[in-house]
Unconditional design. Sequence first.
Length: 381
Amino acid sequence: MPDNVLLQSFSPPTAGAAQDFSNFKVLVVDDSRTLRLILSESLAALGIHNITLANDGEKALARLQDEHFDLMLLDMEMPEMDGLEVLQTLRAEGALHSMSVIVISGISALDRAYKCIENGAVDYLPKPFNPVLFKARIYACFERKRLRDLEREHLKALNQRAEHLEYEQLKSEKLMLNIFPKSIAQRLKRGEQLIAGSYSDVSILFGDLIGFTELSSHISATELVRLLNNLVTRFDKRSELLGVEKIKTIGDAYMVAAGVPIPRPDHAQICADMALGMFEDLASFNRENSTVLNMRIGIASGPAVAGVIGYTKYSYDLWGNTVNVASRMESTSLPGRIQLAPTTASLVKADFDVEVGGQVFCKGLGAVSTHFLLGRSTRPQ
Protein backbone atom coordinates (compact mmCIF):
# COMPACT_ATOMS: atom_id res chain seq x y z
CA MET A 1 0.00 0.00 0.00
CA PRO A 2 1.37 3.47 -0.84
CA ASP A 3 2.78 5.42 2.09
CA ASN A 4 0.49 8.41 1.53
CA VAL A 5 -2.57 6.20 2.02
CA LEU A 6 -1.04 4.95 5.25
CA LEU A 7 -0.43 8.50 6.45
CA GLN A 8 -4.01 9.55 5.73
CA SER A 9 -5.47 6.66 7.68
CA PHE A 10 -3.19 6.80 10.67
CA SER A 11 -2.80 9.19 13.59
CA PRO A 12 -0.74 8.54 16.74
CA PRO A 13 -2.73 6.79 19.49
CA THR A 14 -3.77 8.82 22.47
CA ALA A 15 -1.99 8.25 25.75
CA GLY A 16 -3.66 5.80 28.07
CA ALA A 17 -2.84 4.55 31.54
CA ALA A 18 0.71 5.28 32.60
CA GLN A 19 3.15 2.50 31.74
CA ASP A 20 6.84 2.28 32.46
CA PHE A 21 8.41 1.66 29.07
CA SER A 22 11.89 2.80 30.12
CA ASN A 23 13.34 -0.70 29.67
CA PHE A 24 11.17 -1.67 26.71
CA LYS A 25 13.32 -1.97 23.57
CA VAL A 26 11.71 -2.04 20.12
CA LEU A 27 13.24 -2.84 16.72
CA VAL A 28 11.31 -1.41 13.79
CA VAL A 29 12.06 -3.19 10.48
CA ASP A 30 10.62 -1.75 7.26
CA ASP A 31 12.03 -0.80 3.88
CA SER A 32 9.86 2.34 3.83
CA ARG A 33 11.46 5.36 5.51
CA THR A 34 8.03 6.95 5.92
CA LEU A 35 6.58 3.91 7.68
CA ARG A 36 9.60 3.66 9.95
CA LEU A 37 9.07 7.31 10.90
CA ILE A 38 5.34 6.82 11.56
CA LEU A 39 5.94 3.75 13.69
CA SER A 40 8.66 5.53 15.66
CA GLU A 41 6.42 8.54 16.34
CA SER A 42 3.53 6.31 17.32
CA LEU A 43 5.70 4.36 19.74
CA ALA A 44 7.05 7.59 21.20
CA ALA A 45 3.48 8.81 21.72
CA LEU A 46 2.95 5.77 23.95
CA GLY A 47 6.04 6.64 25.97
CA ILE A 48 8.40 4.21 24.22
CA HIS A 49 11.67 5.91 23.31
CA ASN A 50 14.17 3.02 23.15
CA ILE A 51 13.66 2.44 19.42
CA THR A 52 16.06 1.07 16.81
CA LEU A 53 15.39 1.21 13.08
CA ALA A 54 16.40 -1.20 10.29
CA ASN A 55 15.50 -0.84 6.62
CA ASP A 56 15.76 -4.53 5.61
CA GLY A 57 15.71 -8.02 7.02
CA GLU A 58 19.47 -8.64 6.90
CA LYS A 59 20.22 -5.47 8.87
CA ALA A 60 17.58 -6.50 11.40
CA LEU A 61 19.23 -9.89 11.92
CA ALA A 62 22.61 -8.17 12.31
CA ARG A 63 21.21 -5.89 15.04
CA LEU A 64 19.66 -8.86 16.82
CA GLN A 65 23.08 -10.49 16.95
CA ASP A 66 24.43 -7.52 18.90
CA GLU A 67 21.63 -6.69 21.33
CA HIS A 68 18.37 -7.90 22.80
CA PHE A 69 14.97 -6.43 21.91
CA ASP A 70 11.63 -7.00 23.61
CA LEU A 71 9.55 -6.32 20.51
CA MET A 72 10.15 -6.29 16.76
CA LEU A 73 7.71 -4.61 14.37
CA LEU A 74 8.45 -6.52 11.18
CA ASP A 75 7.26 -5.53 7.72
CA MET A 76 5.95 -8.49 5.76
CA GLU A 77 6.74 -7.20 2.27
CA MET A 78 10.41 -6.30 1.87
CA PRO A 79 12.80 -6.92 -1.06
CA GLU A 80 15.62 -9.49 -0.82
CA MET A 81 14.59 -10.89 2.62
CA ASP A 82 10.94 -10.53 3.60
CA GLY A 83 9.40 -10.83 7.06
CA LEU A 84 8.68 -14.55 6.78
CA GLU A 85 12.33 -15.32 5.95
CA VAL A 86 13.48 -13.22 8.91
CA LEU A 87 11.16 -15.15 11.24
CA GLN A 88 12.24 -18.52 9.88
CA THR A 89 15.89 -17.57 10.47
CA LEU A 90 15.20 -16.41 14.03
CA ARG A 91 13.16 -19.52 14.77
CA ALA A 92 15.96 -21.78 13.54
CA GLU A 93 18.38 -19.94 15.84
CA GLY A 94 16.03 -20.24 18.83
CA ALA A 95 15.94 -16.46 19.22
CA LEU A 96 12.17 -15.99 19.61
CA HIS A 97 11.68 -17.26 23.15
CA SER A 98 12.34 -13.86 24.78
CA MET A 99 11.15 -11.47 22.05
CA SER A 100 7.71 -10.67 20.66
CA VAL A 101 7.28 -10.12 16.92
CA ILE A 102 4.36 -8.26 15.37
CA VAL A 103 4.14 -8.62 11.59
CA ILE A 104 3.03 -5.60 9.52
CA SER A 105 1.00 -6.78 6.57
CA GLY A 106 -1.31 -5.42 3.90
CA ILE A 107 -4.61 -7.13 3.26
CA SER A 108 -3.22 -8.74 0.09
CA ALA A 109 -0.55 -10.61 2.10
CA LEU A 110 -2.67 -11.91 4.95
CA ASP A 111 -1.96 -15.53 3.98
CA ARG A 112 1.77 -14.90 4.47
CA ALA A 113 1.03 -13.09 7.75
CA TYR A 114 -0.64 -16.25 9.00
CA LYS A 115 2.47 -18.23 8.05
CA CYS A 116 4.51 -15.73 10.06
CA ILE A 117 2.37 -16.44 13.10
CA GLU A 118 2.92 -20.16 12.52
CA ASN A 119 6.65 -19.41 12.56
CA GLY A 120 6.65 -17.55 15.87
CA ALA A 121 5.10 -14.10 15.40
CA VAL A 122 2.69 -13.23 18.21
CA ASP A 123 0.35 -11.03 16.13
CA TYR A 124 0.03 -8.86 13.03
CA LEU A 125 -0.98 -5.32 12.21
CA PRO A 126 -2.93 -4.78 9.00
CA LYS A 127 -2.30 -1.73 6.85
CA PRO A 128 -3.69 0.92 7.21
CA PHE A 129 -3.16 1.04 10.96
CA ASN A 130 -5.98 1.45 13.44
CA PRO A 131 -4.63 3.55 16.35
CA VAL A 132 -6.63 1.69 18.97
CA LEU A 133 -5.55 -1.70 17.58
CA PHE A 134 -1.93 -0.53 17.40
CA LYS A 135 -2.01 0.57 21.03
CA ALA A 136 -3.65 -2.70 22.13
CA ARG A 137 -1.04 -4.78 20.28
CA ILE A 138 1.86 -2.83 21.82
CA TYR A 139 0.41 -2.97 25.33
CA ALA A 140 -0.17 -6.71 24.96
CA CYS A 141 3.48 -7.22 24.03
CA PHE A 142 4.56 -5.01 26.91
CA GLU A 143 2.45 -7.10 29.26
CA ARG A 144 4.06 -10.29 27.91
CA LYS A 145 7.48 -8.79 28.59
CA ARG A 146 6.42 -7.78 32.10
CA LEU A 147 5.18 -11.30 32.80
CA ARG A 148 8.37 -12.79 31.32
CA ASP A 149 10.44 -10.53 33.56
CA LEU A 150 8.37 -11.48 36.60
CA GLU A 151 8.75 -15.16 35.73
CA ARG A 152 12.49 -14.69 35.25
CA GLU A 153 12.79 -12.91 38.60
CA HIS A 154 10.67 -15.59 40.23
CA LEU A 155 12.83 -18.35 38.76
CA LYS A 156 15.95 -16.46 39.81
CA ALA A 157 14.59 -16.16 43.35
CA LEU A 158 13.70 -19.86 43.36
CA ASN A 159 17.16 -20.79 42.10
CA GLN A 160 18.79 -18.56 44.70
CA ARG A 161 16.63 -20.12 47.39
CA ALA A 162 17.47 -23.60 46.11
CA GLU A 163 21.16 -22.72 46.10
CA HIS A 164 20.85 -21.29 49.60
CA LEU A 165 19.03 -24.40 50.83
CA GLU A 166 21.64 -26.61 49.16
CA TYR A 167 24.41 -24.54 50.77
CA GLU A 168 22.73 -24.75 54.18
CA GLN A 169 22.23 -28.49 53.70
CA LEU A 170 25.91 -28.92 52.85
CA LYS A 171 26.82 -26.87 55.93
CA SER A 172 24.50 -29.02 58.04
CA GLU A 173 25.94 -32.22 56.61
CA LYS A 174 29.50 -30.97 57.14
CA LEU A 175 28.63 -30.06 60.72
CA MET A 176 27.13 -33.49 61.31
CA LEU A 177 30.25 -35.14 59.88
CA ASN A 178 32.36 -33.01 62.23
CA ILE A 179 30.32 -34.28 65.19
CA PHE A 180 29.48 -37.85 64.19
CA PRO A 181 31.08 -40.67 62.24
CA LYS A 182 29.85 -40.72 58.64
CA SER A 183 27.72 -43.85 59.04
CA ILE A 184 26.08 -42.42 62.17
CA ALA A 185 25.40 -39.08 60.46
CA GLN A 186 23.70 -40.91 57.57
CA ARG A 187 21.46 -42.80 59.99
CA LEU A 188 20.51 -39.56 61.73
CA LYS A 189 19.66 -38.00 58.35
CA ARG A 190 17.35 -40.95 57.65
CA GLY A 191 15.47 -40.04 60.84
CA GLU A 192 16.53 -42.89 63.13
CA GLN A 193 15.65 -41.97 66.70
CA LEU A 194 17.68 -44.49 68.69
CA ILE A 195 21.17 -45.26 67.43
CA ALA A 196 23.19 -47.73 69.47
CA GLY A 197 25.53 -50.63 68.84
CA SER A 198 27.46 -53.25 70.77
CA TYR A 199 31.05 -53.89 69.61
CA SER A 200 33.13 -56.84 70.75
CA ASP A 201 36.55 -55.54 69.69
CA VAL A 202 37.45 -51.87 69.94
CA SER A 203 40.39 -49.87 71.20
CA ILE A 204 39.97 -46.63 73.12
CA LEU A 205 42.61 -43.96 73.66
CA PHE A 206 42.63 -41.19 76.23
CA GLY A 207 45.26 -38.48 76.16
CA ASP A 208 45.70 -35.72 78.75
CA LEU A 209 47.96 -32.69 78.52
CA ILE A 210 50.40 -31.96 81.35
CA GLY A 211 51.22 -28.35 82.08
CA PHE A 212 48.27 -26.83 80.28
CA THR A 213 46.50 -25.74 83.47
CA GLU A 214 49.63 -23.93 84.63
CA LEU A 215 50.04 -22.36 81.19
CA SER A 216 46.44 -21.09 81.28
CA SER A 217 47.17 -18.95 84.34
CA HIS A 218 49.84 -16.95 82.47
CA ILE A 219 48.13 -16.19 79.14
CA SER A 220 44.87 -14.59 78.00
CA ALA A 221 41.75 -16.59 77.35
CA THR A 222 42.00 -15.86 73.63
CA GLU A 223 45.59 -17.09 73.46
CA LEU A 224 44.70 -20.14 75.55
CA VAL A 225 41.92 -21.18 73.18
CA ARG A 226 44.12 -20.45 70.16
CA LEU A 227 46.87 -22.74 71.43
CA LEU A 228 44.51 -25.52 72.42
CA ASN A 229 42.70 -25.33 69.09
CA ASN A 230 46.04 -25.44 67.27
CA LEU A 231 47.06 -28.63 69.04
CA VAL A 232 43.67 -30.34 68.86
CA THR A 233 43.49 -29.56 65.14
CA ARG A 234 46.75 -31.44 64.66
CA PHE A 235 45.30 -34.42 66.53
CA ASP A 236 42.09 -34.23 64.50
CA LYS A 237 43.97 -34.28 61.20
CA ARG A 238 45.98 -37.29 62.34
CA SER A 239 42.89 -39.17 63.47
CA GLU A 240 41.26 -38.51 60.11
CA LEU A 241 44.38 -39.65 58.28
CA LEU A 242 44.60 -42.90 60.27
CA GLY A 243 40.88 -43.61 60.21
CA VAL A 244 40.18 -43.50 63.94
CA GLU A 245 37.10 -41.77 65.30
CA LYS A 246 37.52 -38.73 67.47
CA ILE A 247 34.92 -39.08 70.21
CA LYS A 248 35.35 -35.86 72.15
CA THR A 249 37.59 -33.43 73.99
CA ILE A 250 37.12 -32.94 77.71
CA GLY A 251 38.94 -29.79 78.70
CA ASP A 252 42.51 -30.51 77.65
CA ALA A 253 41.88 -34.28 77.41
CA TYR A 254 41.38 -36.03 74.08
CA MET A 255 39.50 -39.27 73.35
CA VAL A 256 39.49 -41.39 70.19
CA ALA A 257 38.37 -44.92 69.36
CA ALA A 258 39.11 -47.45 66.64
CA GLY A 259 36.77 -50.24 65.56
CA VAL A 260 33.62 -48.14 65.93
CA PRO A 261 31.20 -47.60 64.33
CA ILE A 262 32.79 -49.73 61.60
CA PRO A 263 34.66 -52.75 62.98
CA ARG A 264 38.27 -53.28 61.91
CA PRO A 265 40.71 -56.03 62.96
CA ASP A 266 43.66 -53.65 63.41
CA HIS A 267 41.92 -51.37 65.91
CA ALA A 268 44.66 -51.74 68.53
CA GLN A 269 47.49 -51.11 66.06
CA ILE A 270 45.75 -48.01 64.70
CA CYS A 271 45.31 -46.60 68.21
CA ALA A 272 48.98 -47.30 68.92
CA ASP A 273 49.97 -45.39 65.77
CA MET A 274 47.64 -42.57 66.83
CA ALA A 275 49.26 -42.34 70.26
CA LEU A 276 52.80 -42.22 68.84
CA GLY A 277 51.69 -39.62 66.30
CA MET A 278 50.13 -37.46 69.00
CA PHE A 279 53.51 -37.17 70.70
CA GLU A 280 55.04 -36.17 67.36
CA ASP A 281 52.34 -33.51 66.98
CA LEU A 282 52.96 -32.27 70.52
CA ALA A 283 56.71 -32.01 69.91
CA SER A 284 56.21 -29.90 66.76
CA PHE A 285 53.63 -27.79 68.57
CA ASN A 286 56.06 -27.05 71.41
CA ARG A 287 58.80 -26.08 68.97
CA GLU A 288 56.55 -23.72 67.03
CA ASN A 289 54.93 -22.08 70.07
CA SER A 290 57.86 -22.10 72.51
CA THR A 291 55.89 -24.18 75.01
CA VAL A 292 56.90 -27.15 77.17
CA LEU A 293 53.67 -29.09 77.35
CA ASN A 294 53.75 -32.83 77.96
CA MET A 295 51.15 -35.54 77.74
CA ARG A 296 50.25 -38.96 79.06
CA ILE A 297 48.21 -41.49 77.10
CA GLY A 298 46.34 -44.67 77.98
CA ILE A 299 44.87 -47.30 75.67
CA ALA A 300 42.58 -50.25 76.40
CA SER A 301 40.97 -52.81 74.09
CA GLY A 302 37.84 -54.90 74.43
CA PRO A 303 34.06 -54.71 74.12
CA ALA A 304 32.09 -51.46 74.32
CA VAL A 305 28.67 -50.00 73.65
CA ALA A 306 28.41 -46.92 71.43
CA GLY A 307 25.50 -44.68 70.55
CA VAL A 308 24.01 -41.24 70.17
CA ILE A 309 22.55 -39.51 73.21
CA GLY A 310 21.14 -36.09 73.92
CA TYR A 311 18.07 -33.98 73.20
CA THR A 312 19.26 -30.48 72.31
CA LYS A 313 22.95 -31.31 71.82
CA TYR A 314 23.64 -34.75 70.40
CA SER A 315 26.85 -36.60 71.06
CA TYR A 316 28.28 -39.93 69.96
CA ASP A 317 29.85 -41.67 72.95
CA LEU A 318 31.09 -45.02 74.26
CA TRP A 319 30.39 -46.86 77.50
CA GLY A 320 31.56 -49.99 79.21
CA ASN A 321 34.43 -51.43 81.19
CA THR A 322 36.89 -50.90 78.32
CA VAL A 323 36.23 -47.15 78.46
CA ASN A 324 36.86 -47.14 82.23
CA VAL A 325 40.09 -49.12 81.86
CA ALA A 326 41.36 -46.81 79.08
CA SER A 327 40.67 -43.81 81.31
CA ARG A 328 42.52 -45.51 84.17
CA MET A 329 45.46 -46.30 81.86
CA GLU A 330 45.74 -42.61 81.05
CA SER A 331 45.37 -41.28 84.59
CA THR A 332 48.05 -43.65 85.97
CA SER A 333 50.44 -43.30 83.04
CA LEU A 334 53.65 -41.29 83.27
CA PRO A 335 54.45 -38.00 81.51
CA GLY A 336 55.56 -38.70 77.97
CA ARG A 337 54.47 -42.36 78.14
CA ILE A 338 51.75 -44.48 76.53
CA GLN A 339 50.36 -47.04 78.98
CA LEU A 340 48.62 -50.11 77.58
CA ALA A 341 46.05 -52.37 79.18
CA PRO A 342 46.93 -56.10 79.01
CA THR A 343 44.44 -56.72 76.17
CA THR A 344 45.98 -53.95 74.04
CA ALA A 345 49.54 -55.04 74.76
CA SER A 346 48.79 -58.58 73.63
CA LEU A 347 47.28 -57.30 70.38
CA VAL A 348 50.15 -54.96 69.41
CA LYS A 349 53.25 -56.71 70.70
CA ALA A 350 53.94 -58.39 67.35
CA ASP A 351 54.11 -55.03 65.56
CA PHE A 352 55.32 -52.68 68.30
CA ASP A 353 57.99 -52.66 70.98
CA VAL A 354 56.56 -52.66 74.49
CA GLU A 355 58.03 -52.88 77.96
CA VAL A 356 56.57 -54.03 81.24
CA GLY A 357 54.93 -51.29 83.26
CA GLY A 358 53.49 -51.79 86.69
CA GLN A 359 50.44 -52.91 88.62
CA VAL A 360 47.43 -50.60 88.26
CA PHE A 361 44.18 -50.95 90.16
CA CYS A 362 41.08 -50.73 87.96
CA LYS A 363 37.60 -50.61 89.42
CA GLY A 364 35.80 -53.87 88.71
CA LEU A 365 39.01 -55.64 87.70
CA GLY A 366 41.34 -55.15 90.60
CA ALA A 367 45.09 -55.01 89.96
CA VAL A 368 46.17 -55.34 86.32
CA SER A 369 49.65 -55.58 84.82
CA THR A 370 50.33 -52.84 82.28
CA HIS A 371 52.88 -52.23 79.54
CA PHE A 372 54.33 -49.08 78.00
CA LEU A 373 54.31 -48.61 74.24
CA LEU A 374 57.78 -47.68 72.91
CA GLY A 375 57.31 -47.51 69.16
CA ARG A 376 56.96 -49.51 65.99
CA SER A 377 58.93 -52.72 66.15
CA THR A 378 62.31 -52.77 64.40
CA ARG A 379 62.53 -56.55 64.67
CA PRO A 380 62.68 -58.48 61.40
CA GLN A 381 59.26 -59.78 60.46
